[in-house]
Design a protein around this ligand. Structure first.
Ligand code: KMH
Ligand code: ZN
Length: 271
């Protein structure tokens, strides 16, 4: 089996210090959390950024400061800015970090409910626009999938030439409004992607580590981090993103899967 790529989603847009005081907001905190995850074995940092008060932002300058800081501390890590941002942001707002020419960025491939009254909107034309911008800049998209129809959307846009092979998917299972975090549904997603694609598995909340194990044993890759889950176990907060990544490294070792370095991840993902 290929080595395991671990992505750390260190910050997200929804979780706050009220949920876990270690959620990073400031540039310094974000850089420190990226370093904790990298040191523990993450080769990709999935990046959202915040204002100092925790407000999610897609501001290019704020991203630049965080990316520069992360590159200084984690010299070879792959930085993957979010183009999803937070619910309610405009497309132009969301696209800002791609103009910093990152190696990767997310490409959210459909609309879904996002808990409560929230709707995360990605129309077909939005997805095409984002894919076109990323192609122009030579950025590898990570196709974000919250439900099965998003795989089909990505495959259709791939056939039309908007998304280039080899495709790389991130299956996010367990969002309120998305596909459930069950082995049955993960297998359904994995069986629906084109041969030669790669995929990462992300389980939300208490499903984070169950889904990580599925990703490890099925030959996929794994994402963990505060964006998706803030606990080590029921009621026990993770002290850092590093602690979450360390557990994935331990599980992978127990299950006989080696961990990919950032350069090995680049080869696996064809970056
Ligand atoms: N914060 C969510 C609304 C992405 O990073 O591309 C969108 C999200 C997906 O987190
Ligand atoms: Zn995200």
């Amino acid at each position: 089996m290929e080595k395991l790529i671990i992505t750390a989603a260190i910050c997200g847009a929804e979780v706050t210090k009220e949920h876990n005081p270690n959620v990073p907001y400031t540039v310094e905190e974000i850089v420190e959390e990226a370093y904790n995850a990298y040191k523990a074995g993450a080769s990709i940092i999935h990046l959202h950024v915040r204002e100092d008060d925790g407000t999610p932002t897609q501001d290019k300058n704020r991203f630049e400061k965080c990316i520069n800081g992360i590159k200084e501390r984690c010299k070879d890590v792959i930085i993957q800015p979010s183009t999803g941002g937070a619910v309610g942001m405009t497309n132009d707002e969301r696209l800002q970090p791609i103009y910093l020419n990152p190696e990767m960025a997310t490409l959210d491939c459909g609309t879904c409910n996002f808990g409560g009254d929230e709707i995360f909107i990605n129309t077909e034309n939005t997805i095409i626009e984002f894919a076109n911008r990323m192609n122009e800049l030579g950025i590898k998209p990570e196709i974000e999938v919250f439900d099965k129809g998003m795989v089909d959307m990505a495959v259709r846009l791939h056939r039309k030439g908007y998304i280039k092979a080899p495709l790389h998917f991130n299956f996010v299972l367990g969002v309120n409004g998305g596909i459930t975090a069950t082995p049955r549904d993960l297998i359904y997603l994995v069986n629906s992607i084109p041969v030669g694609s790669t995929y990462t598995v992300t389980g939300i909340g208490r499903n984070e580590f169950n889904m990580a194990v599925m990703g490890i044993i099925m030959g996929g890759h794994v994402r963990v981090g505060y964006e998706d889950n803030i606990y080590m176990s029921k009621g026990v907060l993770a002290k850092s993103n590093g602690e979450l990544v360390e557990r994935v490294v331990r599980l992978a070792k127990e299950l006989g899967r080696e961990i990919a370095s950032p350069d090995e991840a680049r080869k696996i993902l064809n970056i």
